[in-house]
Design a binder for this molecule. Structure first.
Ligand code: ADP
Ligand code: MG
Ligand code: MG
Length: 883
């Protein structure tokens, strides 16, 4: 039996995405549902893979099946490929398993040549239309198949318009298009070195090859990389009877979403153009009309469209992005797919759909990509700020961004690589600009609507975008943009507010985000199902308060070294380190004590009633001293200039100490509890500060729950020693203040030996917190900064490692140690509390791992708390009840 590579639309359905691609599967599904879809067939993704396997050759059995399918289409429509008396015209459309809007190629009006075009003109009594189709076909086919750049053709059209003193394509008549077609053919001969192919069968064959090949064009490859779509899936090809939106004023074409993809509001949202075809709406060449106007222009069509969009949304249980065309007053649906949307919209739509009874709470929770939430937790323009608004465009993708103006995608990429923030300003963007969009903070275009390429891509990436800002006069050659007499140049600062469409001169002040009502509701559902608790890493009262507002259930890591690094304190910390005698050191510590105490009080107040995990000093002491090279330079200068003798002696003493503290490998050096063991007075001061702060807070009526955490323990004896110190000082403070503070003492598990001997360590610990940054470093034997700077990216790129293990927890190696630590620890102490406080605590895959490993909580940076709450819920829904 021969393999089946071609499927008529009525043979497929929505579950056949893998074979038919998303577009093909949905065309099939809509055909089955009885929607007005022009007939056609789909060449499977398998055929595309066979094409590549055969060295980019069409398999023989494929063309046989295509010919048979064409014959059936001819029978069904009564039209015939290449027949001037009633020509069959088709579109040849790409369509992969995962939607890659605009990244691959599509050809419309295939089947036209001099004779069929004439036939079409006769048949429709509309020569203008027939020759408009023909020229479009030559343009698209030559661009896609023969590699003749689009702009050559546009230049010819522009010349004609100039000659006739008209500005719109629609103002050109049949005779104009005929002249243009002649010039197009000459152009093709000249640029491609061959004449334009006139045989429809050959056209079809070449078009199929071109669509298969477009799977591997540059922009498609980049898009797949960004969206982590596998490279070996291949694309399907859909061949479909053409319907025509360019037959006059009773025709048109458009794209609409069933809900607003930017805000999530429940309203049909989209655009259309009268007397236009296919790409005209998305290409951003004519700015289309909002769909609400269709209601007045074609009320019947609008009503039908409204009905169909409701039907599709209920059918797919998701917001749809629908392409439609009206041919002489008849509506056709050409595509439907799940619409890309901003994070705001994703949340709002999911919550509304639960309330409308379309999906369950679980489905709503699973539908949102936690990573996407990051967008909503970005800062926005301070509403109180005075802004110099210079123009207004369409609010195509929300968020605020400031940066230097650039006009070319390449420039955007280059400057961004140099660490600059840029805004890409262009008349419109095309799929070739994707790397520039990726590099830019935001996108601003003078043309195109809310469904233009720039808008769709920006929303997908969560970047601020304004489109159709027609007041802007952009001169790409001079690299200037002018609005109302004000001219800005490349490199000037500009800001855009993608939520309102405002273009602002200069930089703008930003403020912290707040959670919308829907977002809070969604997170409350997440809280109902999740098993993992979510805490935050916070070192000061402001961060602690923010974390709490975003739903943190405690602090999982308070790093005390940040309190030492505050500018005003550094000299005192240095005094402590440089001290020659015990008395000098104690004096410096005595100065630090009240400061630390105030820090802790602030945090305890912010976290009233919730646990606060405080890690004692962790980094090596030389981090608080000036850098050795700087000191050497200063000393040499002082010596040469014979400057301040006092200063010179001070610097020399510092240098001596810096040299003494110098380590070959500070990451593995004198830090963490090793510091506490050799300088117990430092930890003693910190513990005293914690308990004094706690006692004072208790007196204020605040409920405190300190967890004292000892870092970098590798041997149980280290923890036993440090624990004794904590217990002793806590006792002293209790006797002095008369206040009893409930507390626990535990350790970080961040070197392999700690995980391997977790049973022993658990005997001395009330909790374990897995410090997966250090644990990853020590398990892999990588120093993170060196690895990320040198080889790690290549490792991920070449798939030596599946992910960067500092971003996504390595489940097999580091994860095995975590699981072992939990199991052995709990075997000795069943109630042992376990958590994670590395950056992994805010990353979705790692959170899933933590859920499965049975940890009690994850801790992450305050702004990632909502993301962690959702990720934890998703892990619970799809992975059972944890371990
Ligand atoms: P993309 O994946 O880039 O959206 P499509 O294959 O969907 O590419 O087609 C591009 C444009 O051409 C769309 O606007 C679509 O509606 C239009 N189009 C595709 N096939 C037909 C057809 N058979 N008749 C009329 N318009 C079509
Ligand atoms: Mg499409
Ligand atoms: Mg650590």
């Amino acid at each position: 039996m021969t393999r089946k590579l071609v499927y008529a639309f009525h043979e497929g359905n929505a579950d056949m995405r893998d074979i038919l691609g998303g577009k093909g599967a949905n065309l099939a599904e809509m055909t089955r549902a009885g929607l007005p879809v022009p007939p056609g067939f789909t060449i499977s993704t398998e055929a595309c893979r066979a094409f590549y396997a055969a060295g980019e050759q069409l398999p023989d059995d494929l063309m046989e099946q295509v010919d048979a399918a064409v014959s059936r289409l001819e029978e069904a429509t009564g039209k015939k490929l290449g027949d001037p008396s009633n020509p069959l015209l088709v579109s040849v459309r790409s369509g992969s398993v995962f939607s890659m809007p605009g990244m691959m190629d599509t050809i419309l009006n295939l089947g036209l040549n001099d004779r069929t075009a004439e036939g079409l003109a006769r048949l429709t009594g509309n020569p203008r239309f027939a020759y408009d189709c023909y020229r479009r076909f030559i343009q698209m086919f030559s661009d896609v198949v023969l590699g003749v750049d689009h702009y050559h053709f546009e230049r010819i059209i522009q010349q004609r318009k100039d000659q006739k003193s008209v500005s719109l394509d629609t103002e050109l008549g049949a005779d104009d298009w005929q002249v243009i077609i002649g010039e197009f053919k000459d152009l093709v001969q000249q640029e491609a070195g061959q004449s334009f192919p006139l045989d429809p069968k050959q056209q079809l064959r070449l078009a199929i090859i071109a669509v298969f090949s477009s799977w591997n064009n540059q922009r498609a490859k980049i898009y797949r990389k960004i969206n982590r779509i596998p490279d070996d899936l291949g694309t399907a090809v859909n061949i479909q009877l053409m319907v025509f939106g360019n037959m006059g004023d009773d025709s048109g074409t458009g794209v609409a979403f069933t809900r607003n993809p930017s805000s999530g509001d429940r309203e049909i949202y989209g655009e259309y153009l009268i007397n236009a075809q296919g790409e005209d709406v998305v290409a951003g060449i004519r700015t289309p009309q909002p769909i609400s106007e269709l209601k007045e222009q074609m009320p019947d069509i609008y009503r039908q469209f409204e009905e169909i969009s409701q039907l599709l949304e209920r059918h797919y249980k998701d917001m749809q992005d629908i392409e439609f065309t009206v041919e002489r007053g008849k509506l056709y649906i050409l595509q439907t797919r799940s619409g890309k949307r901003t994070a705001q919209a994703a949340v709002k739509i999911a919550v509304h759909m639960v309330n409308e009874g379309i999906i369950s709470k679980e489905e709503a929770l699973l539908r949102i990509d936690p990573e996407q939430l990051d967008q909503m937790l970005h800062r926005r323009i301070d509403p109180a700020a005075r802004l110099e608004v210079i123009a207004n465009g369409l609010p195509a993708s929300p968020g605020a961004a400031s940066g230097k103006i650039v006009f070319e995608a390449d420039d955007a990429e280059k400057l961004a690589n140099e660490g600059e923030k840029v805004i890409l300003v262009r008349p419109e963007t095309t799929p070739e600009d994707i790397h520039g969009i990726l590099a830019a903070q935001g996108i601003l275009t003078s043309r195109g609507g809310m469904t233009s390429h720039a808008a769709v891509v920006a929303r997908g990436m969560g970047k601020a975008c304004i489109c159709g800002c027609e007041q802007l006069k952009i001169d790409l050659r001079a690299k200037t943009v002018t609005v109302d007499g004000l001219t800005l140049r490349a490199g000037d600062l500009i800001s855009i507010d993608g939520s309102t469409g405002r273009v602002i001169k200069g930089e703008v002040p930003l403020i912290d985000p707040e959670l919308s009502e829907e977002f809070r509701e969604l997170l409350s559902w997440a809280d109902e199902v999740r098993v993992l608790r979510v805490r935050a890493n916070a070192d000061n009262p402001e961060d602690a308060a923010k974390a709490r507002e975003l739903g943190a259930e405690g602090i999982g890591l308070c790093r005390t070294e940040h309190m030492f690094m505050e500018a005003s304190r550094v000299p005192i910390v240095q005094e402590m380190i440089l001290a020659d005698t015990q008395e000098e050191r104690e004096a410096a510590l005595a100065k630090l004590l009240p400061m630390q105490k105030e820090d802790f009080k602030g945090i305890f107040r912010a976290m009233d009633g919730l646990p606060v995990n405080i890690r004692l000093l962790d980094p090596p002491l030389h981090e608080f001293l000036p850098n050795m090279e700087d000191l050497l330079v200063d000393i040499t200068r002082l010596q040469l200039t014979g400057g301040d003798g006092e200063e010179l002696r001070k610097k020399e003493a510092q240098l001596k100490k810096v040299r003494a503290l110098h380590e070959f490998n500070p990451m593995l050096g004198h830090r963490g509890c090793r510091l506490g063991m050799t300088h117990p007075e430092i930890y003693a001061m910190q513990v005293r500060a914690i308990f004094l702060a706690a006692a004072e807070c208790v007196r204020e009526g605040i409920r405190v729950e300190p967890e004292v955490m000892i870092p970098l323990v590798g041997h149980v004896n280290e923890l036993r020693n440090m624990r004794e110190l904590v217990v002793e000082i806590a006792g002293e403070v209790e006797r002095e203040t008369g206040v009893n503070v409930p507390y626990t003492v535990g350790t970080m598990i961040e070197v392999p030996r700690a995980a391997l001997t977790a049973g022993q360590i658990a005997a001395e610990a009330d909790f374990f917190s897995f410090g997966t940054n250090d644990l990853t470093q020590t398990t892999f034997g990588y120093s993170r900064d060196d690895a990320e700077g040198k080889f790690l990216h290549a490792y991920v790129e070449n798939k030596v490692l599946p992910d960067n293990p500092f971003i996504t927890l390595d489940p097999d190696g580091v994860g095995a140690l975590v699981r072992m630590g939990v199991e052995q620890g709990r075997a000795v102490k069943p109630g042992l509390k376990t958590g994670i406080c590395g950056e992994h605590g805010g990353e979705k895959k790692s959170i899933r791992f933590c859920h499965e490993a049975g940890l009690n909580y994850v801790s992450c940076s305050p702004f990632r708390v909502p993301l962690a709450r959702l990720s934890a819920a998703q892990a619970a829904i799809s992975g059972g009840n944890g371990g």
